[in-house]
Design a protein around this ligand. Structure first.
Ligand SMILES: [Ca+2]
Ligand SMILES: [Ca+2]
Ligand SMILES: [Ca+2]
Length: 165
């Protein structure tokens, strides 16, 4: 795992740490900062917690064709616009938000996500709970991203050229 994290830092210029900094620490710091910025984006009513009103605003904002659900292309389009630094994980986040894996994010999916984020089960998603949850999700997605890239690299590496004289 440590090896993967170090590799991620090498692969992404934006993640490169100053020479004296531990790459793993730098990675963790970076992910936490992204989770914090996600909270700011998702706390639509700016009250310091992720609440049901935020879920409604999120759904309405992302549901461009107003059919009551967020389709994959709507999610990726909106997400790329609002969180360009996280565009690389938008596909994975859609799967995370689509709790019942129906390819539509509905209010029921968002309620299920909300309950997963409510780590201490008090019915409220505090700033810290949201960030803790998202830090975990973003870390996993970053690792999957690297594995997928390695898989593609392996698949794309062409066989050694045959020499014909
Ligand atoms: Ca809020
Ligand atoms: Ca829609
Ligand atoms: Ca809670």
């Amino acid at each position: 795992m440590l090896q993967y994290l170090a590799l991620l830092v090498l692969l992404h210029p934006s993640l490169q740490a100053p020479a004296q900094e531990d790459p793993l620490e730098h990675f963790n710091h970076h992910v936490r900062e992204e989770a914090k910025s996600l909270f700011v984006a998702f706390d639509y009513n700016d009250d310091g917690s992720f609440d049901h009103r935020d879920l409604e605003i999120f759904l309405n904002t992302y549901d461009l064709n107003k059919n009551g659900a967020i389709e994959r292309d709507e999610f990726e389009h909106n997400f790329d616009m609002t969180e360009p630094t996280l565009a690389i994980v938008a596909k994975g986040l859609f799967i995370e938000f689509d709790s019942d894996k129906s390819e539509h994010v509905t209010m029921a999916d968002l309620e299920a996500l909300y309950n997963r984020m409510d780590l201490n089960k008090d019915g409220h998603v505090a700033n810290k709970e949201f960030e803790e949850y998202m830090t975990e999700v973003l870390t996993i997605l970053a690792l999957l991203q690297i594995q997928q890239q390695e898989f593609l690299d392996a698949a794309n590496s062409s066989p050694p050229p045959t020499t014909s004289v």
